[in-house]
Design a protein around this ligand. Sequence first.
Ligand code: FE2
Length: 298
Amino acid sequence: MNLRGIGYIGLNVPDRQAWDRFAAEVVGLEPVARTAGDPDASYFTADERQWRIAVREAATAGVGFVGFEVPGEAAFDEVVTSLVEAGVALTAATPEELRERGAQAMVWFDDPEGTRLEIFWGPVVDFPFRPPVGGHRFVTDGGLGHAVLMVRDLPGALAFYKDVLGFRTSDFMNFGPDMAIHFLHCTPRHHTIALSAVGPVSGTHHIAFEVETVDQVGEAFDRATAAGLDITASLGRHKNDRMLSFYMRSPAGFEVEIGCDPVLIDEDTWVANEFTGGDSWGHHGLTSESLAESVAGQ
Ligand code: FE2
C-alpha cells in the first residue's frame, strides 16, 4: 500500500457562498474555475494542482470524500488488489466522475463510519498557485494537510485505516475509558488522518492546512480575527506533531487549523508513543470536550 497522502478533499457545507468566501479570504485558498467540474461545486487549489478542495452544499456538514493519491498506475493496481483481497466493496469511478475528479483512475468505498474514501492516480497539474490574499504558500509535500475525524467505534476505525489501508500509528492520547485520539500517517507528514472517539459522535472535527512560516500563520490569524471568526484554539504548539497553529470555526461548523513547522516522520527511527497532554503551550480552547462540540453542531 503506497498512499501518498490526501490528494484532494470534498467538503459538505450548509452555505456554499459563506464557505467560499472563508476559503478564499481567510484560509487563502485560490478559487479555480474548472470546465470539467460539477456546476454545483466550488473548487479551490493550494498549489500547482488544478484543484485540491471541492465544496458542495449539503444539509450535513463535514468531509464528504477524501481522495488518497498513489504515485501511478502500478501502485493503483496494487492497492485495488489489496483492498479486494481485504474484502472491501469497491466501486470504480464512472467516466463522468473521472472527468470531474481530474484523475486517470479512481475507486471509492466507505470507511466504517460512512466517510467516502477514494484512491486515485494521475492528478491534473496546470497552473501556478496564486494566493488570493497574503503571500503564503501551502506545504503539500506528503499530501494536502490532514483531517481529524470523530468516530463512534475507534477500534473498528483504527483496524480499517491501519490493517486495510496501511496507515501507521504516529502517536496517541487517551482521554478516558474508550476515549482517545490516534494520529495516523502514510507519508512523512506526521498525520494525514487522526481518529478520535469521545462519545457517540461521528463527523469532522477539523481539517488542517500547512503554510511555510510563522508569519504566514500569523497573517491567517489576523484575517480570521478581522473576519470576526470564532478562534476555537488560540495560537499554540502541539506536543506531538510540533505544529505551531491555531484553530477557527469555519462557516460550516467544523474547524480549520492553519499551522507550520511540523515534525516529519522518519519511518526508520520513529517511535509511536502515548502523550498525556496535547500542547507545549497555547491552543487554549482545544480540549477533549471541545472535540465533540464541533461535530455535534453538524
Ligand atoms: Fe490538526
